[in-house]
Design a protein around this ligand. Structure first.
Ligand code: PXP
Length: 305
């Protein structure tokens, strides 16, 4: 099966000639319409990386993109100005085909402010996901504003960005009432977790609607071109995605994802939503926000046609 996929890749992909090495990263199922293999193509000096997925037949893999606007707010907060406007940004995301916007209201309010959430709740045509710590203050804010979804994340004041997943196993007793209170108000509840089977089981026991898998470690290994580690991350993520789907939860992913490392993840069957911020906002400096969102949307959805 792997050999035939590799042969097929050589004929399908123009980059697969004698100067390129083909690394097979992951083999999926043999079912029509599913991803049968993910391949990494490296040039001879291992500098240029291209990914492709071999899909046995055309499939409809549902995919959605929620654009994280935190770093639009970071730019505003460094000068405490009124611009750039997050409501304008959310409107452009909508025009560009995004499926949602995400805001992380941190305890220290370093980027998103309470007023951003209120304004976006009044004006955004897109569903809003609120990322937050599971504190009483944040739960009150969520219940007052009633975003479409809440993603519960761990939060440490000193961290540059969210550095790991929640420990849902250890925190289960405390999380139970938070999850229950949010769900009672019709808010979709998601936990930000490491791709660890015990964590996925804990989320299901807490009756969470969805899980966002922390892709930070995958992204770090990607930057170091560690092929074996990338392959291991993809296998681990693929396995917990299957586990979560079987347990009835929607499986999402986010953190550190950009226009290159998104490709093999977007090809994984069962992942639904990608929460992406920093890379999109950075790219928007050069190509504009609409194009940056459209390009990421296309990378996520290219496996559907
Ligand atoms: N998902 C979660 C839970 C996050 O905390 C963040 C960062 O705020 C993201 C996704 C987006 O990460 P990035 O900005 O690296 O795309």
């Amino acid at each position: 099966m792997v050999r035939s996929v590799l042969t097929e890749a050589h004929t399908l992909h123009p980059a697969c000639n004698a100067n390129f090495q083909l690394h097979h990263l992951q083999v999926g199922s043999n079912e029509p319409g599913t991803v049968s293999a993910i391949l990494l193509i490296l040039d001879a000096r291992q500098t240029e990386r291209t990914f492709m997925a071999v899909i046995l037949d055309k499939a409809t893999l549902p995919r959605s993109l929620s654009v994280n606007l935190d770093h639009m707010a970071t730019l505003r907060q460094v000068r405490r100005t009124t611009y750039p406007s997050l409501t304008t940004a959310a409107g452009i995301c909508e025009v560009a085909g995004a499926d949602g916007v995400t805001l992380h209201l941190r305890e220290d309010r370093r980027h998103i402010q309470d007023r951003d959430l209120e304004l976006l709740r009044e004006t955004s045509l897109l569903p809003i996901t609120l990322e937050m710590g599971s504190t009483d203050e944040m739960v009150d804010i969520a219940l007052r504003n009633r975003p479409h979804a809440v993603t519960l994340v761990p939060e440490r004041r000193q961290e540059l960005t969210t550095e790991g997943g929640l420990d849902a196993v250890k925190l289960a007793p405390a999380l139970e009432s938070v999850v229950g209170r949010l769900k009672e108000q019709g808010i979709i509840v998601c936990l930000f977790l490491e791709p660890d089977p015990a964590q996925i089981d804990a989320a299901a026991r807490l009756k969470c609607d969805s899980v966002e898998l922390h892709t930070g470690a995958y992204a770090l290994d990607w930057e170091k071109s560690r092929t074996d580690a990338i392959s291991n991350h993809l296998s681990r993520i693929g396995a917990v995605v299957r586990q979560g789907v079987e347990l009835g939860m929607q499986m999402n992913a986010g953190h550190g994802l950009h226009y290159q490392n998104i490709r093999p993840l977007a090809a994984l069957e069962g992942l639904t939503e990608f929460s992406i911020g920093h890379s999109i906002i950075c790219r928007s400096l050069f190509v504009g926000l609409e194009k940056a969102v459209r390009e990421m949307g296309a990378l996520i959805r290219q496996w559907t046609s």
